[in-house]
Write a protein that binds this ligand. Structure first.
Ligand code: HAM
Length: 424
């Protein structure tokens, strides 16, 4: 026990969600789930706890992630446990567990909270929520097109214009065959180039070439790879990019510098960026992983999907002024003039909830009337209705629309009728 006064701050790198933040969070989750479901995706979930082996097993293995970026501990039964840093191994485990019953392709989505022991900075926290959409058991490239079309629609459905973001696509199989064309056959050397490409835009061209020379030890290959990764090869094609264009999605390009951190990706890989430059983190990243379910035995089921974070999503919405203001306030605030009218105000509130279907709160504080109306207006409440001694005596109330500055006067029944008739 400590008798030191405890701070009211949250733990480093995680967030409290006060009602204003929660309203934004819910708005983001609602748009996410409605959009995923409009593409026929079904929701699943799982525990935040996983055996650490899930992330250490061959196929899933990501050294940086497991050793440096997870919250891992030993439980009372001597088992090594990890707070999930991503959802992909979990969903692969769940799909593999039901492989006989499921009718493929399956389209699943989830909005898990994930934990990564990172240095907190803009766009990067230690706990975030991430929409995960994945298709299992479809190997045709049109599944890649579909999943990226969904990713794009997810951003458009917040009211964003397609000029605000860019979809960048690469393909690990294509990259490997290009490396082979340049005479680089060794898989480990290819993997080292992928890791270097992940830093392509973080280092200068000279630094990149020096590091590349160290990996491949061959000047011609260095120039060939540099031309490819920097986008200098105009003959470069990719059918997923072409497929998306067919669907009318044109804010998309091949970007050979897209590397993605996870080892499990085998084919298409992609990221979506805010083009404003203010949010330099990817909003979304994903790809195709053909072999991940192998670690659970049996023949592997191919998956393709992405994760989209709530932190980067909120930064994007705020940067582009896409946050709808009135997502937290009740429609109507019933305001008793003094505490003697509190109960009758609550009774009126019930009628408006039940009959007019409004969200209604009552201001039962001891503030002055003017202050109560001011508070309601500040909260972006649409209507206020004042309940005083005279109003109750005469059964005549005034409903004020704060946005339009109009009023309606009459009995509670009259005002309710105006709502049910659709006049208000
Ligand atoms: P990821 O690139 O690590 O991919 O994360 C996807 C997105 O989650 C990022 O683009 C970013 O928006 C958000 N994100 C990641 N880490 C953080 C963090 N520390 N703080 C805030 N936001 C973050 C994956 O996790 C893959 N498992 C996605 C996937 C699903 N691939 C196939 N299916």
């Amino acid at each position: 026990m400590t008798d030191k006064i405890q701070p009211t701050d949250s733990y480093k790198g995680v967030r409290d969600f006060y009602p204003d933040d929660m309203a934004i969070q819910r708005y983001i989750f609602d748009v996410w789930s409605q959009t995923a479901e409009s593409f026929g995706f079904e929701r699943y979930d799982a525990s935040v706890l996983e055996p650490s082996d899930l992330y250490k097993a061959k196929g899933a293995e990501n050294e940086e992630m497991v050793n440096e970026q997870t919250y891992t501990f030993i439980d009372r039964g001597d088992r090594e446990v990890t707070l999930r840093p991503e959802m992909t191994p979990t969903v692969a485990r769940m799909v593999a567990g039901r492989r006989r019953e499921l009718s493929f392709p399956v389209r699943w989505y989830s909005i898990p909270n994930l934990f990564r022991y990172e240095r907190p900075q803009r766009g990067r926290l230690r706990e975030h929520w991430q929409l995960n959409c994945d298709i299992f058991g479809a190997t045709d490239y049109t599944a890649d097109v579909e999943i990226i079309a969904l990713a794009s629609q997810l951003i458009l459905n917040f009211g964003a214009d397609s000029s605000l973001f860019e979809i960048r696509i690469n393909d690990r199989t294509e990259m490997r065959s290009k490396y082979r064309e340049f005479g680089i056959e060794d898989i480990e050397t290819q993997n080292a180039i992928t890791r270097l490409n992940d830093r392509f835009y973080k280092i200068s061209a000279t630094e990149y070439k020096i590091a590349l020379e160290e990996i491949v030890g061959n000047g011609t290959a260095v120039e060939q790879i540099y031309t490819l990764v920097s986008g200098g090869d105009t003959s470069d094609t990719n059918k997923v990019v072409d497929g998306l264009k067919e669907l009318g999605i044109t804010n998309v390009k091949i970007d050979r510098s897209i590397a993605r951190g996870f080892n499990y990706y085998t084919g298409t890989i992609f990221e979506i960026f805010d083009v404003s430059g203010e949010n330099n983190r990817a909003m979304l990243g994903g790809g195709r992983y053909d072999n991940l379910t192998e670690m659970f035995g049996g023949e592997a089921i191919s998956g393709i999907g992405f994760g989209m974070g709530d932190v980067t999503m909120r930064d994007f919405l705020e940067t582009h002024d896409l946050m709808t203001a009135n997502i937290t306030a009740p429609d109507l605030m019933v305001i008793p003039m003094d505490p003697a009218q509190n109960l009758i105000a609550q009774k009126i509130a019930m009628q408006f909830r039940e009959i007019a279907g409004l969200s209604v709160a009552t201001d039962i504080s001891t503030k002055k009337l003017g202050k109560k109306i001011g508070d309601a207006s500040e909260k972006l409440v649409n209507y206020v209705l004042v309940v005083g001694e005279n109003e109750t005596k005469d059964n005549t109330y005034t409903l004020k629309n704060l946005n339009e500055e109009t009023t309606v006067t009459g009995s509670i029944e009259d005002i309710l009728k105006k709502f049910t008739d659709g006049d208000l």
